[in-house]
Design a protein around this ligand. Sequence first.
Ligand code: ZN
Length: 296
Amino acid sequence: MDSGKRRGRPRAARITWAFRLIVVLCLCYIGYLLVEKEKAAPLFYHVDSSQKAAGADERIQFLVLHYTAEDFTGSMKTLTTGQVSAHYLIPLHPDNAAGIPTALRLVDESRRAWHAGESYWRGRENLNDTSIGIEIENGGYYRTLTGYDAAPYPPHQIALVIALSRDIIKRYHISPFNVVGHSDIAWRRKQDPGPLFPWRQLAAAGVGIWPDQNRVNFYLGKRDPRQRVAMPAILQRMARYGYDVTPGMPVALQQKAVAAFQMHFRPTDFRGLPDAETEAILDALLEVDAREGGAR
Ligand SMILES: [Zn+2]
């Protein structure tokens, strides 16, 4: 038995334990004060932006043009209430204020609009992240048994597309190679802006690129423009230019891809057949691309 030996801790031990308790409580309180101070304090800091880095460019790299394939009411409903949107809509009949036509901005340029979907161009995917999208009210293009039907783009509407595009291109320094149609960047599922879109006129106004006819003739040589060439020759050039194509694709897809290229650069015949003129147009475009250093 050890009764009588544990009537209490020695006095010195009790003081030590009390001291430890006080220290712990003090530390807790100090911690609490620091946390509260952190929460309450505003973040004071200065930014010095006098030094500039060379390695930077615009987040916006591409301008993508579309047609809506709907009338104005349908276009607005689709672009403002659904899962798709665009930065701008160009109505078929834009409002005029003192003779100046009005483009509708539906998404601020600093925000991402959902117009491109799954897409690829010149090494980049998901172009929604890095593009401005312009939707153009237009009835669209449809294949028929005998050919196709497509709604025309009236000159006043194209004039507004050009004015807006030039402004966007200038502000973001967008390369002419990166002014594209939805059918260029998503050719498996999209045809817009279709075969009647006047890409040549746009290029002449500084929007996008169009091959120099003299260079096309040079590359065509004495061949008949419709003379067949090997499909891989076309697809390899398209891939170099920026299209998401490979020579190993199924035949049906190969023809569809070539048709998308032709719809943009040779709309007089976009059946998707690999011919000498298509090859010459690609060579003329690649020549400019090489001269520009393959700008991306
Ligand atoms: Zn589109």
